[in-house]
Design a protein around this ligand. Structure first.
Ligand SMILES: Nc1ncnc2c1ncn2[C@@H]1O[C@H](COP(=O)(O)OP(=O)(O)OP(=O)(O)O)[C@@H](O)[C@H]1O
Ligand SMILES: [Mg+2]
Length: 253
């Protein structure tokens, strides 16, 4: 067992005083990147919705998981929990050797910036920023020192074959190009886990295949990937395939 220490970071990439992140460091099983134990999430409103029910999941370094399931089954809720964008109502979530439950929001943001990359169906690029600036801004909370951000952004664009569009604005790109830029933004800070929610949902079959190739290449280079998808091709590319029904996660044999 090892205990991995997370470097404290600030939005500018300078080292700052660390607090709860190190206090929550756990003995860590080798190769384990993230672990959900007995995780449930309910939403209270007119009626209570149990969006996640008692989910247990271990994600290993370099893992490649897909999650399929009907609309409303809890897939995005699950990714939001993994992405530290939401807190489970019940259960425990460990990420990179840290018990995330007791962490205050500031430390969750820091851990998210250091470890996680996000890709969404709608790309979420800033329309008034160039491709290059969008990728640079993705490193705001990554802990990457300012001085090395430009080189990292250039490298990330190269990895998704978008160097030739660095000075373009997102509105002038095709859907597949936008998604590749969004992936570059997600990986520029060199996260260990990429979370993708319907990354090909807005793309045609040929463009989806391109985006899928990029995901496979990144995973081949060691990045762990969790992809939520309705697309059978995207799903079957993953090494571990899961389905979600009524908030319950099941691994396909
Ligand atoms: N903030 C919220 N407040 C109340 N209910 C919510 C909230 N977020 C999600 N839910 C409910 O939780 C359930 C799961 O939602 P979720 O977005 O995870 O589904 P999904 O599997 O991602 O669906 P889709 O394929 O349509 O994206 C749904 O019934 C939804 O209405
Ligand atoms: Mg969803």
């Amino acid at each position: 067992m090892t205990t991995e220490q997370l470097a404290p970071i600030s939005p500018d990439g300078d080292d700052g005083p660390d607090s709860a992140v190190l206090a929550c460091a756990l003995p860590r099983a080798p190769g384990v990147l993230a672990r959900l134990e007995g995780v449930s999430r309910s939403f209270t409103g007119v009626i209570e919705v149990l969006a996640l029910r008692d989910v247990d999941l271990t994600i290993f370094q370099g893992d490649y998981l897909s999650i399929r399931g009907p609309s409303g089954s809890g897939k995005s809720t699950m990714l939001n929990a993994l992405g530290l964008l939401d807190r489970p109502t019940v259960g425990r979530y460990e990420l990179a050797g840290v018990d995330t439950g007791p962490l205050p929001d500031r430390d969750r943001t820091r851990l998210r910036g250091q470890r996680l990359g996000f890709v969404f169906q709608g790309f979420h690029l800033l329309p008034r920023r160039t491709v290059f600036e969008n990728v640079l801004l993705g490193m705001a909370y990554s802990g990457v020192p300012r001085a090395s951000r430009r080189a990292r952004a250039a490298r990330a664009l190269e990895r998704v074959s978008m160097t030739h569009r660095a000075s373009f604005y997102p509105t002038t790109l095709s859907g597949g190009e936008r998604q590749r830029v969004a992936i570059a933004r997600a990986i520029a800070g060199e996260p260990t886990l990429l979370l993708a929610d319907e990354p090909t949902g807005n793309l045609d079959a040929a463009t989806s295949a391109e985006v899928l190739d990029v995901l496979e290449e990144l995973n081949g280079a060691g990045l762990a990937v969790v992809v939520v998808t309705h697309d059978p091709d995207v799903s079957s590319a993953a090494r571990r395939q899961f389905t979600m029904r009524d908030g319950r996660l099941r691994e396909e044999p």
